[in-house]
Design a protein around this ligand. Structure first.
Ligand code: C5P
Length: 258
């Protein structure tokens, strides 16, 4: 019997990006002028800007075009979850919009994720555009095991379900997953080859926790095997936002976890 090799925690991480490029700033603000002012200030400091439901619902694809027009890269966090045909078409639109990362719900199933991957690749190749990073959300971190069991009738453990959905996403051709800091090490063992992990819920030791509960510092998350870190309030609420980003970058570099 051949023994399968267990990957080291960080072996299948995307190695080609700098610390700065790993930082995704969540543009969780309600005003487009404020969002664009932050982009102008930090576009050379962080890797990407996360546009979520709030900003997208208020200002539409135009806000994404404007950020990209200013030289910012965008993670479109709309978590597509619909029938395969609809998600495929939305994915193609995300490519045309020029986003660098977008995501879908793994609970949409294998066919839905495969349709998204296929449509993304086709749209990118047809227009000679880069293929965005396609990530899957496994189980929302707002759900716990009791919710899974009682409401969704999913009886296996949360960890096993998250690992299963990550493997399903990988089988569909997705590039990676969105995962909480606590899931990183487990996922690094559950998936094979290069697989991207993007992690929210990180807090530098010097920042307040806000409403985040199970947090890790950015360096701990990178050491555990995260490729990208989503940071919002520690930077958005800082007196000097640029300095806050620099401090995070420095802390990760000093921890030599990359
Ligand atoms: O301000 P903060 O750093 O907590 O922002 C984190 C961002 O990541 C928010 O946009 C939040 O919606 C998102 N997020 C999260 N936890 C998850 C999934 C997404 O905090 N499990």
């Amino acid at each position: 019997m051949t023994k399968t090799k267990t990957p080291r925690a960080t072996e299948n991480r995307n190695p080609q990006i700098s610390t700065r490029e790993r930082i995704v700033l969540a543009l969780d603000v309600d005003d487009d002028r404020e969002a664009l002012a932050i982009v102008a200030e930090l576009k050379d400091s962080v890797g990407l800007f996360k546009v979520g439901h709030q900003l997208f619902t208020a200002y539409g694809p135009d806000i994404v075009r404007r950020i990209i027009g200013m030289g910012g890269r965008v993670f479109l966090d709309l978590k597509y979850h619909d029938i395969p045909n609809t998600v495929a078409k939305a994915s193609a639109e995300a490519v045309k919009l020029g986003v660098s990362i977008f995501n879908v719900h793994a609970l949409g199933g294998l066919d839905m994720m495969k349709a998204s991957v296929e449509a993304t690749n086709e749209a990118a190749h047809a227009r000679n555009l880069p293929v965005p990073l396609m990530l899957a959300v496994t189980i929302l971190t707002s759900m716990d095991e009791a919710n899974l069991r009682k409401e969704l009738k999913i009886t296996r453990s949360l960890k096993r379900e998250v690992s299963h959905l990550a493997r399903l996403a990988q089988r569909a051709g997705m590039h990676g997953v969105v995962a909480s800091p606590q899931e990183i090490s487990m996922l690094r063992k559950a998936v094979r080859g290069q697989f991207v992990i993007l992690t929210p819920g990180v807090r530098p030791a010097w920042a307040t926790k806000d409403d985040q509960k199970r947090i890790m510092t950015p360096n701990e998350a990178v050491a555990a095997g995260a490729d990208y870190l989503v940071v919002g309030r520690p930077v958005l609420k800082a007196q000097d936002r640029k300095a806050a980003v620099e401090k995070i970058v420095e802390e990760i570099n000093q921890s030599k976890s990359i």
